[in-house]
Design a protein around this ligand. Structure first.
Ligand SMILES: [Zn+2]
Length: 165
């Protein structure tokens, strides 16, 4: 929990907020200070025929993950999905659809998992400064090739389980 107000530096105290319980409160500003965390999107990018999923490798690691990125202040999560996909791969996101979310403690980030359909399978626009490698996988291969024990894998397997229903 935050100890001091991020606006004025006053030590926060717990104060009852109706319907929310005990929330940190700043006497200096006269307002509640909810804990701060980041929000990011994680994207299951499907090929136009919805038969393949795009996995990428980043930061010199040779394991496959989903395209992901932080949501900017003032931006909707759906817009972040389209922007991140475009920035990292050059592809356009169609049919952006929310799946599920999970809080990732290690980076203090609420991860929002989406599915989108890419407008093409061409990887000619890949941003090689941000992405080391990108490859389309059949669902069966993606299941085995995505980084073990990752949140990306958890989201992907949950999605596969959704569409099998
Ligand atoms: Zn304050």
């Amino acid at each position: 929990m935050m100890e001091y107000c991020y606006e004025c530096g006053t030590r926060l105290r717990e104060r009852q907020l109706e319907g929310e319980g005990m929330i940190p409160y700043c006497d200096g500003c006269g307002c509640f200070r909810f804990p701060i965390y980041s929000t990011a999107v994680s994207i299951i990018v499907l090929s136009p025929d919805k038969e393949q999923v795009l996995l990428i490798q980043q930061y010199g690691r040779e394991s496959n993950i989903l395209v992901a990125g932080y949501v900017n202040r003032g931006e909707s999560a759906e817009a972040a999905v389209a922007r991140e996909l475009k920035e990292e791969t050059g592809l356009n996101a169609l049919s952006v659809h929310f799946n599920r979310s999970e809080f990732f403690e290690r980076s203090n980030t609420l991860m929002l998992n989406f599915t989108c359909i890419a407008d093409s399978t061409s990887l000619e626009g890949l941003n090689t400064k941000e992405v080391d490698k990108a490859e389309w996988f059949t669902f069966e291969r993606a299941r085995n090739e995505i980084r073990p024990n990752s949140l990306a894998k958890k989201f992907l397997l949950a999605y596969f389980s959704d569409i099998e229903k």
